[in-house]
Design a protein around this ligand. Sequence first.
Ligand SMILES: Nc1ncnc2c1ncn2[C@@H]1O[C@H](COP(=O)(O)OP(=O)(O)OP(=O)(O)O)[C@@H](O)[C@H]1O
Ligand SMILES: [Mg+2]
Length: 210
Amino acid sequence: MKKGLFITFEGGEACGKSTQIKLLKDYIASRPDKEDFVFIREPGGTKLGENIRELLLNYEEDSPTPKSELLLFLASRAQLFEKVILPALNEGKTVIADRFFDSTVAYQGFARNILNADEILDLHKIILGNFKPDLTFYLKISPEEAFKRKAVFPTLDRMEKENMDFHQKVFEGYNYLSKIDDKRYVVLDATLPINIIHEMIINKIKEKLK
Ligand SMILES: Nc1ncnc2c1ncn2[C@@H]1O[C@H](COP(=O)(O)OP(=O)(O)OP(=O)(O)O)[C@@H](O)[C@H]1O
Ligand SMILES: [Mg+2]
């Protein structure tokens, strides 16, 4: 049975997930129990998953239809869940993920409107049963604010090239999820300074690990 803690980071483009995860990694590296933490990213995190990630984000020749996109995300997630996440949790490790199924609800559910949120959550039962993260850090920022940060980026991937309406729906998706699942959700104001957000995250994780 699962013993470890599963923590996810969620939010739209450029909300600061990777920035915070990097700082968290540095903090964890200073802990004597650093071996008990595993970091993963989605899509990806396994050999198969990293190949699927390339297909999802950068494959221009025959870009996936919305339904193929949804199922590719789920294929990557199934591989990661069975091969990495569950074994690590069963060993009592803490697993920290850059995105998980909430991203699919927000992007493929709310923004692409392929299925509604409940249908997407139901689809995940094939892979996850009733499994959920113990803690989800939602870095909340409007897409307008977040994209001011992107202005300095030289290249954008396929998701990032979607229009503002798309990203607004992603934002609404996360806001919905944070309301229906408020026990596991920790909503953080992603416009705060990076180090302040980092402190909040560390304090919450320490509290959960006790
Ligand atoms: N709290 C913050 N205040 C101001 N700028 C920030 C903050 N957090 C991150 N940034 C900047 O915003 C940009 C995007 O951050 P980051 O790559 O961490 O976002 P992300 O959520 O991982 O994005 P993606 O969804 O594209 O992976 C970076 O240039 C980063 O330095
Ligand atoms: Mg990132």
